[in-house]
Design a protein around this ligand. Structure first.
Ligand SMILES: [Zn+2]
Length: 294
């Protein structure tokens, strides 16, 4: 629980700030350094899929087939024309379904692209946001899991609520060996949490552990923000972030407050993750996830 006495959230990256203002498996041990050999260079998405990044660094996944298009997330509202051009370059079919990995504006802002008769799919915890995002679209919500078939492609939506927001879901494509993690994964940055919506660092770490234990090793992972990675790179990333959590908690154990830790060099070693979400914001999330009494 967060007490009102905590300081305001420090300045954060543009995309995330706008979003919020609108509102040891695998034999891999802890490795606090970036993966030296990215494994995605040779890998290609199936020809019926695309990942668009035109919407200000949000990953939007297209799955096309049988005369219809499905999106996973829809980007910022101001980028819908650009997104539509990208979709049209791949397929002229109508957008008949949009899965929203959560309700933040950078993931639902293009829901107006849904054609009449289409369906928005999301987590029940923010059903209202999905209904408002496109008054002409039907809305299907769930609380645990939901299996879908889009043009013969199986998709499994699984709740990971309260990891990054109250409405998180991930999407698994078993035949394609692809996992879409939404904002549970900023693959080149410290994570972001909507703590006012119930997210916390322990929840996020627990969700990561579940994912790593549940899914095969040979997956590719589409994050909410940042480059597509392998499962191996995801495991390295999670181990790295866990090391940053341990480092901050060690400072907390010495009795240091948030301001003292944020001003220190405790996370300097991991400065390469100070990108979309800054080091001081990440320290804030750690500190107030584990110290609600300050
Ligand atoms: Zn996002």
């Amino acid at each position: 629980m967060i007490l009102s006495s905590k300081p305001a959230l420090p300045c954060i990256g543009l995309a995330v700030m706008l979003s919020i203002s609108a509102c040891g498996k695998k034999g891999i041990t802890a490795d606090p350094d970036p993966d030296p050999e990215p494994e995605t260079a040779e890998w290609q998405l199936p020809e019926y899929m695309a990942v668009f990044k035109e919407s200000l660094a949000v990953n939007i996944t297209l799955i096309t087939g049988a005369g219809k298009n499905l999106l996973v997330d829809s980007g910022w509202p101001d980028f819908t024309d650009i997104l539509m051009d990208s979709i049209r370059n791949k397929s002229d079919a109508p957008v008949t379904g949009i899965i929203n990995t959560h309700h933040h504006l950078d993931h639902i802002g293009g829901n107006g692209l849904l054609q009449n008769g289409g369906t928005i799919i999301g987590h029940e915890n923010h059903r209202d946001a999905y209904e408002r995002s496109n008054p002409n679209g039907a809305v299907t919500v769930f609380t645990d899991t939901l299996s879908l078939d889009h043009a013969g492609i199986r998709l499994e939506c699984i709740s990971k609520a309260f990891s990054h927001s109250a409405a998180d879901l991930i999407v698994y494509l078993p035949a394609e060996k692809i996992l879409i993690l939404g904002d549970l994964y900023f693959s080149s940055s410290f994570p972001f949490l909507d703590m006012d919506d119930g997210a916390s660092v322990p929840n996020l770490l627990a969700a990561w552990d579940e994912i790593i234990q549940t899914y095969p090793d040979d997956l590719h992972i589409i994050p909410g923000h940042g480059p597509v990675t392998t499962m191996h790179q995801f495991v390295v990333y999670t181990n790295t972030v866990k090391a940053t959590v341990a480092a901050v908690r060690a400072e907390m154990d010495k009795g240091r407050n948030y301001g003292e830790i944020a001003a220190s060099d405790v996370l300097d070693r991991w400065n390469y993750l100070d990108t979309i979400v800054s080091r001081t914001v990440w320290i804030y999330f750690i500190y107030y996830s584990y110290n609600s009494a300050d």
